[in-house]
Design a protein around this ligand. Structure first.
Ligand code: NAG
Ligand code: NAG
Ligand code: NAG
Ligand code: NAG
Ligand code: NAG
Length: 214
């Protein structure tokens, strides 16, 4: 009688820890969100297409398209207006700003891809300076927005999403890379810390499983 009571208490305690660990793991799995993947899909400046014989002092149109992919299995994304800016060099001071474009805010369902873009008139002075003698040029594309995720019936707080990429254009005025150019973050991602929390919670479950076995 006196022997069985501490044992029962221990079993009870173990199953409590086990349930807690398992619940935490499932909570983490269902609340975890992945940021959308962003890339430059299309980038064309007719004035830099040498076969068209246009001049950067009369034509400075840039046609571009970005792809924003929501890879989350069951979470939607609300995008605030997306600010896209173009610079002639990594120095993002005002004197290097060639143009900007705003993609209106929108909602994106889970596992959907959005293609967004348009035409921008770039600063002609900066554009003519940006073209190398061999006809190619390198541009710096930045995008900044805030997103909130829709999980079942509620919305998360807003997270800022800031991405950048370098885009090289050839003497045909089109981006050199045939494939999309990934827009990357320059700062460490909160996703990294979420992953650490996940590892911690998984270890907790494993530890409680061990307790259950003994
Ligand atoms: C960026 O450009 C501005 C003006 O051309 C210059 O004053 C500034 O020092 C530059 N910044 C960097 C980090 O190169
Ligand atoms: C183009 O850029 C140059 C150099 O930064 C600047 O002096 C000029 O005002 C800009 N032109 C326009 C139309 O914004
Ligand atoms: C054109 O010139 C630039 C700067 O000199 C160089 O970085 C680029 O690789 C050249 N492109 C080609 C296609 O030769
Ligand atoms: C986008 O640009 C607008 C207007 O300049 C500004 O109010 C807003 O804060 C910017 N958004 C981000 C995420 O930088
Ligand atoms: C450049 O212009 C030529 C002549 O109009 C056209 O055939 C070609 O497709 C253009 N290049 C690109 C990359 O669009």
């Amino acid at each position: 009688m006196t022997d069985s009571e501490p044992g029962g208490c221990c079993r009870c305690c173990c199953s409590f820890i086990f349930t807690l660990g398992l619940t935490s793991l499932f909570m983490w799995l269902s609340l975890r969100v992945d940021n959308p993947k962003c890339s430059v899909q299309y980038f064309y400046l007719p004035a830099l297409n040498k076969t068209l014989g246009l001049n950067t002092s009369t034509n400075s149109t840039l046609d571009f398209q970005l792809s924003l992919d929501n890879g989350n299995k069951d979470k939607g994304i609300y995008y605030d207006a997306v600010n896209v800016t173009f610079h002639d060099n990594p120095n993002r001071s005002l004197s290097h700003l060639m143009g900007d474009y705003t993609i209106l805010g929108f909602y994106q369902g889970h596992q959907k891809k959005a293609k967004k873009g348009g035409s921008v008139e770039l600063n002609r002075t900066l554009l003519s300076r940006a073209v190398f003698p061999n006809g190619s040029a390198v541009f710096r594309v930045d995008m900044a927005t805030r997103v909130r995720f829709k999980i079942l019936f509620w919305k998360t707080k807003k997270y800022s999403l800031v991405r950048e990429a370098s885009v090289e254009v050839n003497d045909q005025g089109i981006k050199v890379n045939k494939k999309g150019i990934r827009l990357n973050s320059s700062a460490p991602q909160p996703g990294y810390y979420r992953a650490l929390v996940g590892v911690f919670l998984s270890s907790l479950v494993l530890i409680s499983l061990n307790f259950g076995i003994f």
